[in-house]
Write a protein that binds this ligand. Sequence first.
Ligand code: FAD
Length: 623
Amino acid sequence: MNYHEHFDVIVIGGGHAGTEAAASAARMGMNTLLLTHNIETLGQMSCNPAIGGIGKGHLVKEVDALGGLMANAIDKGGIQFRTLNSSKGPAVRATRAQADRLLYKAAIREKLENQENLKIFQQEVEDLIVENDRVSGVVTKMGVKFSAKTVVLTVGTFLNGLIHIGLKNYSGGRAGDPASIGLAERLKDLPIRMGRLKTGTPARIDARSIDFSKLEVQHGDTPIPTFSFMGKASEHPRQIPCYITHTNEKTHDIIRNNLDRSPMYTGVIDGVGPRYCPSIEDKIMRFADKNSHQIFVEPEGLTTHEVYPNGISTSLPFDVQIDFIRSMNGFENAFVTRPGYAIEYDYFDPRDLKSTLESKFIDGLFFAGQINGTTGYEEAAAQGLLAGMNAALQTQDKEGWCPRRDEAYTGVLVDDLSTLGTKEPYRMFTSRAEYRLLLREDNADTRLTEKGRELGLVDDIRWKAFSDKQESVERECQRLKGQWVNPNSVNAAQINELLKQPMQRESTLEAMIRRPEVNYSDLMKVEGLGPALEDKKAAEQVEIKIKYQGYIDRQLDEIAKLKRYEDTVLPIELNYSDIKGLSTEVVVKLNEIKPESIGQASRISGITPAAISILLIYLKKNG
Ligand code: FAD
């Protein structure tokens, strides 16, 4: 059956990538259809009930700055919030929140169901309609054909998903959900390179069987941070603590003694797992000198007794899981509610994607999320938003957009994937970005909201709040630059109390804040100098802008120098074998990756500055 309505954008999959993709295309006014296996699992967290963390929190803030869903949903569903690295510089500070799974999912679903231009249909997609290398629709399991100008594929770990518990394995997309077999087979016909990856999850435990008196408690921060730039702490539900326990020698012995029953160590699993989020058996083998690992005991929600023991992801047999869990402090009588497992799945080589996340070989087909070789809800959400937005732009015959590496972690993520590809599940870290001082969580709105507004992603309410904040920060910075104090001011004694050395000469308030020992809010408490801006986020911007301006200016200079060539376009049809002077290695790599710009080419390993100058000369002659 041909469905009567024609869509601008069809999104396949209702996970973290799919929900952001669908919402962003619809926000931009496109007639959008979200097709997913099961409406009840929209926004479902397949693994740990938490959002954010170092590098990941940055992505969430960027999604939020572009009007996305994730930050708002975790503000409504977060049950323990912390700012990680709070004692370090602003570039590496990151927000993390424990989630109540049900509240998080409900918040995502509420947003989607109330999103104008968006329809949701529950049905597995089994086929893509591709004519003359252009996608024109999809076919569901029931045989319904939906047509569209563009399609965004976000099917996570579901393609040929194979779940392993010990030496037993069975087909599944994640525990409780079917794998996508038909679609996986169909995709093999398309000119897209595919590979196999693996990830895993720990067993869950009934909290009533844990002796919490033996565990260390970890409370959230006060005041409670918020994720969304529009968020208010009053939106948060009740807050509860997490706990910490440890593995020990006995735990490690049990695991070591059973490696012959591990699918990982007996060669049953081929897929490569995430190096940065290893299973407990991996940790014990790789860090053999460590006799203990920290395990965070995280609640799964406010209305369930299940807890998530973060750090013991495993694919060992169920009986071994019970034994090693019960060897830990506080877990002696643990009742396991669900076994841990590993899952292997198909992914696509992201080097076959443009920076808009559109396939280089099939027009109108966009890819986002775990299928591009990433791991994590946040990485998926950022790609989803970008893919949905670019599908919407293409539908309107507009040029696509992707932030540069100096504009956003989302830009770093897409550039890393499309330039270098990945051999293991890719997760974001602050160390992946070369311009960390510019790409902070706190300034994601300054970096992206204006662009989001221009693209049609940011609504009037967010735009007004953003503009008001920018204006008050600017006004306050000007005031601090223009207001002077001196050793004879009436408030000099009060100011001197904040300083290491008493004031010797006249100074602006701006210069005063630049001193390491002075902070904006304390200085503003001095008679006649305040009050500080009431909006805490605006006040934070004032302080960071002033204190770090020197370093920020230096990074901006560096970027300006590089930018001269960064955006020089390399045509996709260019055959690098025709360019004289390039080494065979360089030709092979460039023909394989087909970089879109000189900047992207320069980041491919093995592409030397000499090769870049040959390319520039060639472009000048033939451009
Ligand atoms: P998913 O969230 O998987 O969503 C895919 C969606 O597509 C689902 O709604 C599904 O129903 C739908 N779908 C699939 N096929 C079809 C089809 N043919 N037709 C219609 N709909 C379809 N991340 C971490 O950061 N840390 C971890 O420790 C971690 N461990 C994990 C352990 C396990 C066992 C699993 C399964 C995942 C784990 N992840 C982990 C990864 C994390 O869950 C994903 O990165 C994230 O969910 C990816 O989002 P996504 O939107 O790409 O895909």
